[in-house]
Design a protein around this ligand. Structure first.
Ligand code: 5AD
Ligand code: SF4
Length: 452
């Protein structure tokens, strides 16, 4: 195909946005735009935005703000704000970014092609924040734009019905809708044929996959994906603790490709705070799920999300969260200071916590978790683990003389999602190899491939 211009896509936020940006790239491709990593070459710039926290939102505005000057020199440049901030701001985005051409909401992606055509023929300041029930079915199947990737995300559902009081997702991504199993299996089969080895299935609450549509359940979907030839590993995110079923636990235990790792966001260790967050479970119910999981899958790696400094959080509530980390000993955590989102109910709660206090608590929590992350990593030393090769790694470790050995340092991931660095002469992206783990650090493991 002959291209008539270049497209630069900047993605902020979660894995779902990464997947969405690939879809946008495909639409741009079919409209004559070649993807570029060089912003200066761009004829169209798309910023795929995130509004989960204030900082992510500011990042979008500051990125797009840079183009005011560039557009003066390059008037044909089209600038697009896509995704969650676009959905949230609508028309108002033009007040903050006057040179913006398109505001493309989260459910408008299937109409993006038509919008580009309209802008190219002179239409100005287009806003599309309308609903759509067919979100992914109407979009092109993912292609391997990034040929160097052995791992890909596939979104299986959109939106959320849970309305946690801190969260904007139900407002910017709409109500929960699931894709058909056929379209998911078709897309993954296609990806497998293109060389992808690992799939991460994405949804805000994968446990309720297909329930509204009266389709197969999430564990049944996992079983179908497990049958796809060429796929070595299946991951998924995110599970909601209130809906984590025994069937899902059995699926993790029994399906050979489903990784022995679960990301299960707890958000807080205090029952009072969990209630104010509208999470729908208690600390005890969460612990019960973890115990069931560990009974069936004793070596399972666990990760979680935590918010500190939620309104009403006292020192005791925060200590409950610290103690929960001590009790469960997660392999890793994602921790955030609570960020006020005006469309979410918690913004109106009294007793907001001072920013400095939130930062202090966050630092305390992260410091405690570092101990457990390193401990869990050290437990891997001496083990022989299957590692899916992801590519070359930048950091050199352990004083190994790569040049003298005619080797390169590569990196890959274990089933438990830990990064492993290793020396190698002939492994390539997508290989699954056995590595003897020799050293462990806070952020990664180090070892040698067997037989080298
Ligand atoms: N402030 C801070 N963190 C948030 N998250 C969601 N909303 C907010 C907010 N308003 C976190 C939750 C969620 C993760 C994706 O982002 O921990 O699980
Ligand atoms: Fe947000 Fe809660 Fe839905 Fe997760 S489950 S997307 S935190 S509302």
């Amino acid at each position: 195909m002959k291209y008539s211009g270049y497209a630069y896509i900047y993605t902020i936020g979660c894995q779902m946005n990464v997947y969405d940006s690939e879809k946008l790239a495909l639409i741009l491709d079919s409209h004559g735009y070649e993807k570029t990593e060089d912003m200066d070459k761009a004829d169209i710039v798309v910023c795929n935005t995130c509004s989960i926290r204030h900082k992510a939102e500011e990042k979008a505005f500051s990125f797009l703000g840079r183009f005011a000057r560039i557009k003066k020199k390059k008037p044909h440049l089209i600038t697009v704000m896509a995704g969650c901030v676009a959905q949230q701001e609508g028309e108002k985005a033009f007040a903050r970014v006057p040179h913006l051409d398109v505001v493309l909401g989260t459910q408008a992606f299937s109409r993006f092609g038509g919008i580009i055509d309209a802008v190219k023929s002179g239409k100005q300041k287009v806003v599309d924040i309308e609903d759509s029930s067919m979100i992914y079915e109407a979009l092109p199947d993912t292609s391997c734009f990034d040929e160097n990737k052995s791992s890909k995300f596939v979104t299986i559902m959109q939106g959320c019905d849970n309305f946690c009081t801190y969260c904007v997702v139900p407002y910017v991504r709409g109500r929960e809708r699931s894709r058909s199993p056929e379209s998911i299996v078709k897309e993954i089969t296609w990806l497998a044929a293109a060389g992808v080895k690992e799939i991460t299935l994405l949804g805000q609450n994968v446990n309720s996959y297909g329930q509204k549509e009266d389709q197969i359940s999430f564990p049944q979907l996992l079983a179908e994906v497990n049958e796809i030839k060429g796929i070595y590993r299946i991951r998924f995110a995110t599970s909601h603790p209130k809906d984590l079923s025994n069937d899902l636990i059995y699926a993790i235990r029994d399906l050979d490709k489903v990784c022995n790792h679960l990301h299960l966001p707890i958000q807080s260790g205090s029952n009072k705070i969990l209630k104010k967050m509208n999470r729908g479970y208690t600390r005890e119910k969460y612990m019960d799920r973890i115990l069931s999981l560990k009974k069936e899958c004793p070596d399972i790696a666990l990760s979680t999300d935590i918010i500190v400094g939620f309104p009403y959080e006292t020192r005791e509530d925060f200590n409950d969260t610290m103690n929960l980390l001590r009790e469960i000993q997660f392999d890793s955590i994602f921790a955030f200071a609570y960020s006020d989102r005006s469309s979410a109910p918690a913004a109106k709660f009294p007793q907001q916590i001072a920013e400095a206090k939130k930062r202090e608590r966050l630092n305390h929590l992260l410091e405690l978790q570092e101990y457990y992350t390193e401990k869990k990593n050290k437990e891997q030393v001496g083990k022989i683990l299957d590692v899916l090769v992801e590519g070359k790694s930048g950091k050199k470790r352990d004083g190994f003389d790569y040049a003298a050995n005619n080797m390169e340092q590569m990196k890959g991931r274990t089933e438990s999602n830990k990064i492993v660095h290793f020396p190698s002469r002939d492994t390539v992206i997508g290989d699954m190899i056995k590595i003897k783990i020799e050293n462990a650090y806070l952020h990664s493991l180090w070892g040698h491939p067997l037989g080298v």
